[in-house]
Design a protein around this ligand. Structure first.
Ligand code: ZN
Ligand code: ZN
Length: 281
């Protein structure tokens, strides 16, 4: 079961330990690094290509893309989304089974004509569009455990029954056309949260039988983070094991982990290599 790691160099604090912290992981068999835009790339790497403008316009309006260009963060946003798209197409073509995508900018606050909250392009939506167009993939699930509501992803898939979107956040519980919001209390224990998540996976994902799963993984709900709801770092590892298990049960392990919210460098250093190891093992 090969695992792909998608990486591009980003300025800023939280990913400063990467890709060096992956050294041991990259020595393993069946681990591939696809990367772009940083000095001294490892010899075994493959290039990560940017997304063509035409692909961006399938999801985001040309006006919005121009506004993203004006922010100065276009290149980082483009490579963040490109990692998710490349992960999806390489999983579908059988090159890898699952993937971890490092992003500089998240995707779940980016909709068809709007963006915000550190998100510019919706990588999962772009990847789903590519899989549908190129391979005729019919059903998808996006699991969103970032602490905040994914308003962009919600808008993009509200009228699309082929995509199950499960968002765990502080918003009220509601369901509409395979878009599911699951209310999480402002303070939870790991146990409360994991119980809620497991019930949601069983009720929705197992029932829906997606052909591939995207996991919008943010760690901003961890104690001491800007969206802290009381989770310990360990909760994320348990969640990773659970989601991997669900992916193995419903879609032959096809799973893409997309790095979303979270700001602490120490948590990134602790959690990311462990989550990638769970994907590999
Ligand atoms: Zn967030
Ligand atoms: Zn939500």
């Amino acid at each position: 079961m090969p695992t792909g790691i998608f990486f591009h160099y980003q300025q800023g604090k939280r990913l400063r330990d990467f890709p060096q912290a992956l050294e041991k992981i990259l020595e393993k068999d069946y681990v591939f690094l696809y990367d772009a835009l940083y000095p001294s790339k490892p010899k075994s790497s493959f290039d990560l290509e940017p997304l063509p403008l035409g692909t961006l316009h399938k999801i985001h309006s040309p006006e919005m893309v121009d506004r993203v260009k004006a922010t100065g963060n276009y290149e980082g946003a483009l490579y963040s989304a490109a990692g998710t798209v490349a992960a999806a197409t390489k999983i579908w073509s059988g090159e890898i089974t699952n993937a971890f995508v490092f992003t500089g900018y998240g995707d779940h606050h980016a909709g068809s004509t709007f963006f915000g909250g550190g998100c510019y392009f919706n990588g999962a939506a772009l990847a789903i569009h590519e899989l549908r167009e190129k391979y005729g993939v019919k059903s998808y699930a996006i699991i969103d455990t970032d602490a905040h509501h994914g308003n962009g992803t919600w808008e993009l898939f509200e009228d699309n029954p082929a995509v199950l979107y499960i968002c765990l956040c502080s918003g009220a519980s509601r369901e509409n056309n395979q878009n599911v919001n699951i209310h999480v209390a402002p303070r939870v224990t790991d146990c409360d949260y994991l119980t809620l998540a497991k019930e949601a996976f069983q009720k929705w994902v197992t029932e829906f039988q997606p052909e591939i799963i995207f996991w919008n993984w943010g760690y901003d709900g961890t104690i001491g983070e800007y969206g802290g709801i009381g989770l310990t770092p360990d909760a994320h590892l348990k969640l990773a094991m659970e989601i991997k298990k669900v992916a193995q049960q419903v879609c032959r392990g096809r799973l893409i982990v997309i790095l979303c919210g979270g700001s602490r460098r120490d948590l990134a250093l602790f959690l990311i290599p462990r989550i990638i190891t769970i994907l590999i093992d």
